[in-house]
Design a protein around this ligand. Structure first.
Ligand code: PLP
Length: 429
């Protein structure tokens, strides 16, 4: 069978490998559940974007800013920083994490609708590349905070081009009805306001229309609308130095999904920008860089045959990977060792006390108790959205590099989970 995603996750004989290592060995060494990533896949995914941008005249100054929220592990951020990436952050926590991982603050853009005063101060002091401002109120606050620090804040407005990305409503962000960004009709007046605020420097225009997009058409429509805005601003003396097209390019979770190649999606966009002089491009991919560079390795605890359904109860749960429960998302689930035993259809479920705690339904699998399974395409919004629900320690994370496996996050201990809690004093007798 062809696995969706990366060539670095493949069967050799009947054993699923990540790069040169069998997953059975990783499970033996690090335990399960465990997230496993491929360094080669991560590297290749970033390079694909960088190569597509390099073909653009101002490619050298253009920037791929990895959306940290997709997978914020320090090792992954550090790897991307070493490869020249910038970062798209959505909190002060992500800023601190990116800097701890070796990010260049001058390559960081700060998105998000709710930036606090403290987060603005932190980002101004670090000297980030740009604030992607999402409301009129945020412009005023940022101006005041920058003034107090004696700084000028570089800003883009996150503009809502009102295109329908045709994705899951929870990850569709560019419609008029979204909480994100400012309506494109309001953008000219807000840019005028920003240009007059003394502690702001207008540098860019930003948008991000949604996630897991499989059709390049909405991107193209968004760029057309943004270019009309750019011309309008230029006519009013507001020069824009960079255009940030956000993230959102989808990945293949399922055999029948055919997301566009990076170059095929970017080239038509970059073509539209020909002849626009000094305009630099920023991209904010998240899922596309990490999603198919990771999987969740888990073990079957019990097989539970039933009258109408068979269940495979595994040691990973919705707290480890909540995408199926949250978005009804599909993840391919495969056997780590292919064996010559009869297959049956299973609902693959976790131990958590919620009916939504499932990974897949009616999946054909040839398995026995104790066998290992891999939940594929789990590198993005997997560990990042994990929780400790049911007092379950979060999984270990392992990065495979050729024939080496590096532990990049140790499994939490139970004591870690209540380390910040305390009892109230005992009652006096
Ligand atoms: C989440 C997000 C991204 C990344 O989205 P992907 O679908 O993972 O590429 C980029 N920019 C912003 C502003 C985001 O909120």
């Amino acid at each position: 069978m062809n696995l969706p995603g990366s060539p670095y996750f493949a069967y050799r004989q009947d054993d699923l490998h990540v790069e040169n290592l069998p997953l059975s060995g990783i499970a033996a060494q690090f335990g399960t559940p465990c997230y496993v990533y491929s360094r080669a896949a991560l590297t290749e995914n970033l390079r694909e974007f960088q190569a597509a941008l390099a073909a653009y005249p101002l490619g050298a100054d253009s920037l791929v800013c990895y959306a940290v929220k997709a997978n914020p592990n320090l090792a992954i951020l550090n790897l991307f920083a070493r490869l020249g990436a910038g970062f798209d952050i959505v909190s002060g926590g992500e800023l601190q994490r990116a800097l701890a991982a070796g990010a260049d603050a001058g390559k960081v853009v700060f998105s998000g609708v709710g930036k606090s005063v403290v987060e603005m101060e932190q980002a101004l002091n670090a000297g980030i590349l740009c604030f992607n401002v999402e409301s009129a109120a945020e412009l005023e606050r940022l101006n005041a905070v920058a003034g107090r620090l004696g700084k000028r804040a570089p800003v883009s407005l996150r503009v809502n081009p009102d295109v329908d990305p045709k994705t899951h409503p929870y990850i569709s962000t560019g419609l008029k009805s979204a909480k994100f960004g400012v309506p494109i009709a309001d953008a000219p007046a807000l840019y005028e306001r920003a240009a007059h605020l003394p502690n702001l420097a207008v540098v860019g225009v930003d948008c991000h229309i949604g996630s897991q997009l499989l059709d390049p058409a909405p991107f193209s429509e968004a760029v057309d609308r943004l270019l009309v805005l750019l011309d309008h601003l230029a006519a009013r003396g507001i020069a824009i130095r960079h255009l940030d097209l956000g993230g959102g390019l989808g990945i293949r979770y399922q055999q029948d999904e055919t997301p566009p190649e990076v170059a095929a999606y970017l080239t038509p966009l970059l073509d539209k920008l020909q002849g626009r002089g000094e305009l630099k491009i920023i991209l904010e991919p998240g899922r596309r860089l990490v999603g198919n560079a990771g999987l969740l390795l888990t073990r079957v605890e019990y097989l539970k045959p039933g009258a109408t359904k068979n269940f495979a109860i595994i040691d990973a749960a919705m707290n480890d990977l909540m995408r199926p429960a949250l978005y009804a998302a599909w993840h391919e689930i495969v056997e780590v060792a292919r064996k010559n035993i009869p297959a049956a259809r299973y609902d693959v479920v976790g131990p958590v006390c919620e009916s939504g705690d499932f990974f897949g339904q009616e999946r054909p699998l040839a398995i026995a108790d104790g066998d290992l399974l891999a939940v594929l395409s789990a590198g993005a919004y997997g560990m990042a959205m994990s929780s400790n629900y049911n007092t379950r320690p979060r999984a270990a994370e392992v990065l495979v590099d050729g024939d080496k496996a590096h532990l990049i996050r140790r499994r939490e201990s139970i004591a870690d989970l209540y380390a910040h809690e305390q009892r109230i004093p005992t009652d006096p007798i």
